[in-house]
Design a protein around this ligand. Structure first.
Ligand code: NDP
Ligand code: GDR
Length: 332
């Protein structure tokens, strides 16, 4: 019997890589998507366009319990990966209310529907290193206290607590991955890594002459999303439910990312990067670096990509895409 997985946030970066991974493992994959996405597939399904004939999509809204309940009542799922969220930290400062609503209530609705209809379904919650925020120790591990610094971080702490509470109160297999930043060519353009690599491509091809950024000294532990979705799957294959930090253990500044990314295209970032206060955050997370030894020991997980490989892949992918776009528009 094929295992059935339900992925919320299947149209996002992680959802698309996780779908590929689960299909390779022989899973039947279902995705929960917004109804508007089904109505506008060319724009909304850019990351899963190549997978559409291999997955089953269900329209639902994270803001509506009945719509989630309906999807969960349609099939018997073995595993549920709850990845959908308003995931952009800066946006959560602009609209903390909708971030909280989507991220906290959406998670609660998923858990409540599973408890009611399929308590045996294993549940993965997409926790985040943003929960550590103003870090109390370095590196951060599963036992490090949380101190979130944004509405987004607060919403993820609430999701983490809900997940743990369903595990303890109802004996359900519910786990949280505490994942540090993970990137790749499918990363959204608003996040700093993709903002940098897409700008490098435009600058290299003479389509732009500067890149405006905020805090260049923030330090992040950046891994590759393809490596991180493997850890999500492994967490749901364990005998007992447990939470795990997933990280590379290396930290780099945004400045270092710029230096490497511009360097990959033969450019000097100093000539193009400008500081713009609009991109500074009211409260910043200065330093993140994770200790993932528990995941490495218990899950047998380790990343395949290192930092320079990640940056190179993102820059080369954006250069190729930009060249293709430029030649397509010059042929018109
Ligand atoms: P993305 O922003 O790429 O994807 C977010 C997904 O959530 C999209 O599929 C989006 O759908 C969906 N979504 C957002 N709001 C709603 C809503 N109201 N109703 C239904 N669906 C919604 O995020 P990532 O793939 O990078 O991250 C996946 C998860 O992991 C998120 O929960 C994120 O917070 C968390 N995380 C990510 C990390 C990272 O570095 N990438 C690190 C740690 C945690 P649509 O396409 O329709 O907008
Ligand atoms: P983050 O990712 O907030 O860590 O959340 P992001 O790439 O947005 O920011 C990383 C760091 O870069 C600094 N920065 C800028 N960021 C953006 N977006 N744009 C800029 O112009 C800019 N200039 C400097 C930021 O201040 C920050 O310090 C990501 C998301 O994927 C979350 O969903 C996830 O939970 C965490 O990673 C782990």
């Amino acid at each position: 019997m094929k295992k059935k997985a339900l992925i919320t946030g299947i149209t996002g970066q992680d959802g698309s890589y996780l779908t590929e991974h689960l299909l390779e493992l022989g899973y039947e994959v279902h995705g929960l998507v917004r109804r508007v996405a089904l109505e506008d597939p060319h724009r909304r399904f850019t990351r899963i366009g190549h997978l559409l004939d291999k997955v089953t999509l269900h329209p639902a809204s994270l803001e509506s319990y009945p719509s989630i309940f309906h999807v969960v009542s349609q099939h018997e799922f073995n595993e549920c990966y709850h990845l959908a969220a308003q995931s952009f930290v800066a946006e959560s400062f602009r609209d903390g209310f909708s971030t909280m609503n989507t991220n906290i209530n959406g998670t609660h609705y998923m858990l409540a529907a599973l408890r009611e209809l399929q308590p045996k379904c294993r549940f993965y919650f997409a926790g985040s290193s943003e929960m550590f925020g103003k870090v109390r120790e370095t590196p951060q591990k599963e036992t490090t206290p949380f101190h979130p610094r944004s509405p987004y971080g607060i919403s993820k702490v609430a999701g983490f607590d809900l997940t743990r509470n369903y595990r303890e109160a109802y004996d359900m297999f519910c786990v949280s991955g505490i994942l540090f930043n993970h990137e790749g060519p499918r990363r959204g353009f608003e996040f700093v890594t993709r903002k940098i690599t897409s700008a490098v491509a435009r600058i290299k091809l003479g389509l732009a002459n500067e890149l405006r950024l905020g805090n260049l000294e923030a330090k992040r532990d950046w891994g590759h999303a393809q490596d991180y979705v493997r850890a999500m799957h492994l967490m749901l294959q364990q005998e007992t439910a447990n939470d795990y930090v997933v990280a590379t253990g290396e930290t780099h500044t945004v400045r270092e990312f710029c230096e490497l990314a511009f360097g990959e295209a033969g450019l000097d970032y100093n000539q193009f990067v400008r500081i713009d206060d609009r991109y500074l955050r009211p409260a910043e997370v200065d330093l993140l670096v994770g200790d993932s030894s528990k995941a490495r020991r218990e899950l047998g997980w380790q990343p395949k990509y290192n930092f320079p490989q990640l940056v190179r892949e993102m820059v080369q992918s954006d250069l190729a895409a930009q060249r293709q776009q430029s030649s397509a528009s010059s042929n018109r």
